[in-house]
Design a protein around this ligand. Sequence first.
Ligand code: SF4
Ligand code: MSK
Length: 657
Amino acid sequence: MAETRKTIDPAVVELLQVAKNKGISTPFDRAEVTKPCPIGRDGSCCRQCFMGPCRLVGKTLVGVCGATQETVQARNMARMIAAGAASHNDHSRNMILALLAVGEGKAPGFEIKDEKKLRKVAGYFGIKADGKGKEELAVEVAKAALAEFSTRESGELAYLKRATPKRQALWRKLGMAPRGIDREVVETLHRTHMGTDQDAEHLLDQALRCALSDGWGGSMIATDISDILFGTPGPTAAAGNYGVLKEDEVNIVIHGHEPTLAEMMVVAVVEKEALELARAKGAKGINLVGMCCSGNELLMRHGVPIMGNFLQQELGIATGAIEAMVVDYQCIMQGIQAAAEHTHTKIITVSPKAHITGAIAMDFEEPNALEIARKIVRLAIDNYPNRKDVHIPDIMDRVVVGFSHEYIAYMQGGVYRESFRPLNDAIMQGRIRGAAGVVGCNNAQVVHDEAITNVIKELIHNDVLVVTTGCNAVTCAKQGLLTPEVMDYAGPGLREVCAAIGIPPVLHMGSCVDNTRILTVLTQMATEGGLGEDIDDLPAVGIAPEWMSEKALCIGAYFAASGAHVIFGVGSPVANSPAVAKMMTAGWEAKCGGSLEFIEDWRRIVARALELIDGKRKALRLEEYDPQRYALKGNYMPGDALPFEEYARGSYSLAKK
Ligand code: SF4
Ligand code: MSK
């Protein structure tokens, strides 16, 4: 495949050649050699016991145990969702333990930055906050949050009450209200063991309950605690793409998902001794840069620039400009260590849960986090003189990020009258056609960043307000989609509303655990009035155009169980069972009002998203959306062809216009 068909990002194209010259392997190369197994990809391979693996293709209709295509597909799906939930939920446990350590005074360098949010969260757990100091309260909140992981005495998770009353009642009626965060993952693994739950629909019901334990449990708690400890994000200006690396400074990349050690790195890189040492080694300073979701966390709270998304890790190393890549867990390619062996870059793992053979392990816990961060900074500085062949693409886009749900409410009415009224009114009037959460990963089996970019440009062009998280948000950062200037491409109604409120039409809401911020926004819109009573009434969709991870599937499932229609690109992991696909679409819609469907082509994703949004508008008896109603002369109008050749050139950089 020509480099330009692997990605639409010109910085990636440039570095693919550099990597080739240096003998560095990347996921782009490996994906050419390692094509997906068609049987496993389509969901028909069962390896739940050692009588198999059984491959249900051709004339083989059942496995050795008699398991049917439907059972095998639903079981595989449930297992992937459970693995996704486990990842988010274990991240959440780490955040809770960090809060506990801070409350107990065992985490030097950390503090409670958002006390207001701590008090609010205490309320969700039924803890009286009045008269209590923030440390004392932090301990109580952490202990209550930890208790959510085992079976609750009350029978369900405390955070479920943050959903609409109608949704809570539905979950209870369906027996889908999660009982304990760990319990749902364990039960899903049990039920998918050989010879246990062997009814596809029943398996998928449990998969939904497990996913809800993530969305309205682990991830939601993780987001809250990150805000309590590190501050609730508000709009912040920064930059994205490889151009954020600096030729004359020590570059340290933070990659993964957990913000705890990353926050201490922010402290350690500006310490006087570190800067003096860096200068003594010939560098002008120390440049902290993020990637993937740890990067998103630093980006939205501190304006730390973001280097790239999931597929760009090895290519970052190929620049020869990174002294240390610090990785915690999830979405870290093992290939970074092999790549680093071609350069001077040091790979440092910091989680006791995630080591990489050959990398330097510096396991951290809260009491030693600052000390470890300082050690890493020193190691990176010492490594600076070892640089040899440096090539940093001169490509970078400006971004405005950090739209927490609190800020989105605040921007619509200020401190005293924060609300969702203006947004709901704009949707009711048809100025805004609807809303879309466009989220998720990159996938080396499709053109990097292409579907994400095109889906979002088409949606805003059609007056759909977009919120984004995760690696998808990083694509937006690199494609100039997180700047007010992208308004040029927005439909006239959306443009007018964004200009009045002072926001871009694409709002960066954080990392993948922060998809729960979107659940909160949707719930607030549903309770504001005028757009029904629950998430399944709203003209809103979720889209993951380039998904790859089990976490993404879990997110899709918890949105569906919360009432949202969700569309995934790339391909379907249940492709060989139309019956299971139907259970996840028509079946889930009948039960929960939401659904999860798979559509490969991004143009069809856009068409389906608009169809779903318009269907909800009709059901609400809102005015029919008219693209010309708020039209102004001289702009691209909904219905006009967008200049896609320009997109194909990649990084259509508004910053450089
Ligand atoms: Fe085969 Fe059944 Fe074992 Fe799966 S559980 S590998 S279908 S025998
Ligand atoms: S890092 S889960 S590739 S978004 Fe959150 Fe990116 Fe997907 Fe990982």
